[in-house]
Design a protein around this ligand. Structure first.
Ligand code: SAH
Length: 369
């Protein structure tokens, strides 16, 4: 079957075989790639609509107990200057976003399981809930936690949780992390989050050393099987001070342009397979190309995350090198992103939470059983 037929089939709500998806992702000529990205956009309009939703991103701490081989805030990277926003600072930023009409915020940090941190987040959630009720959507992205911690945060007002599986290939996962970072623990966290009624998001990095097209299609099918509501996936960007930088396994992408294209192809295929989920235009795409995120919005993504992190801390949340917008204040990010999105013909939906349509449908079915 030709790629045009496969794309029409997918847009017609038909499931493609893994081999068909592998064929699509391996297409490299400009014409076929363009057709795939356009189909991703068409799917986005069909399944989740034209509106783009803002999620104000607060990277509230880069202190991390994990030691992931690819990450610039891993605990062994001693040159990273560590910071922690206090609860008043987080609340102030979040409330600013709310008043600007952002329907939702994301609170992200390095992973920590200490009581000081867990209780601080809990107080932030309670305060935001008392000020904004459920009209501000709150996503947490704070790594692996005990079920009781997830439960506590859910009870205090968090609606969504984002925990990337990083790769669904457990052997590849193990080669990217020390032995005490277990793929199975991440999986059980994702299951816990679903059981607790969160809107659950996961995602992966594309272009990792040792990763092939089969792995990437496996990732998309993994997300489909897990029945997630949100996806945040992006390109892997090597960080020169991390162990993975010197990994010699072959990569699917050698240049920033190739990484961008692979990231966009993944967005488009994820849209065509998962259909009615929310998909974020990853910030990492913008470090590869000035319009990387807007291109993702034209390839299937429908969510974008203006950075609200205080400018004094922003450069220290250095997951990868070349992170964009590190010198801008939150209000500059808003204006800049709004005009960038509108310039490409997109429309931002202010004053709406923009919940995942997939989640809303899932809740309806589950409660009517
Ligand atoms: N502690 C949280 C947040 C981690 S940072 C958690 O565990 O979920 C958020 C994401 O940044 C990670 O899940 C990872 O996918 C991504 N990331 C880290 N290093 C990266 C790199 N070098 N290139 C691209 N993305 C990276």
């Amino acid at each position: 079957m030709k790629h045009g037929d496969l794309l029409s089939k997918a847009l017609n709500n038909e499931d493609l075989l893994a081999s068909e998806l592998e064929y699509l992702i391996s297409l490299e000529d400009d014409h076929s790639v363009e057709a795939l990205l356009n189909a991703g956009h068409e799917g986005r309009i069909k399944w989740v609509g034209e509106s783009t939703f803002f999620r104000g991103l607060i990277e509230c701490s880069n202190i991390c107990v994990k030691d992931c081989y690819y990450c610039g805030i891993r605990k062994s990277l001693h040159s990273t200057i560590r910071y922690e926003m206090d609860e008043e600072e987080i609340i102030k930023e979040a409330f600013w976003a709310y008043e600007q009409g952002y329907g939702s915020i994301v609170i992200q940090a390095g992973e920590r399981q200490d009581d000081h941190f867990i209780l601080m987040i809990d107080r932030v959630l309670k305060e935001l809930h008392s000020r904004c009720g459920d009209s501000l959507g709150i996503t947490l992205s704070l790594g692996e936690q005990l079920t009781s911690t997830y439960q506590r945060w859910r009870d205090s007002g968090a609606h969504r949780y984002l925990l990337r599986i990083e790769t669904s290939n457990s052997e590849l996962y193990q080669s990217l992390h020390p032995d005490d970072h277990e793929h199975d623990s991440r999986l059980s966290c994702l299951k816990d989050l679903k059981d607790l009624g969160f809107q659950v998001g996961t995602g992966i990095m594309a272009g990792l050393p040792g990763q092939n097209y089969q792995d990437l299609i496996g990732d998309i099918l993994f997300m489909k099987n897990l029945d997630v509501d949100m996806v945040g996936l992006g390109p892997y960007i090597p960080h020169s001070e991390t162990p993975l930088y010197s990994d010699t396994r072959p990569r699917l992408t050698e240049s920033p342009d190739q990484s961008l294209t692979l990231g966009l192809k993944m967005v488009a295929l994820t849209r065509l397979v998962l259909r009615d989920v929310n998909i974020a235009a990853a910030t990492a795409l913008q470090s590869l190309h000035p319009t990387g995120r807007e291109q993702a919005l034209k390839s299937g993504a429908n969510v974008i995350m203006p950075n609200l992190t205080l400018t004094t801390f922003r450069s220290h949340y250095s997951l990868y090198e070349n992170k964009p917008c590190v010198g801008e204040a939150a209000d500059q990010c808003k204006g800049c992103l709004q005009s960038r999105v509108e310039h490409t013909g997109g429309k931002i939906a202010f004053h709406q939470r923009g919940d995942s349509p997939h989640y809303l449908k899932r809740m309806k079915t589950e409660t009517s059983i």
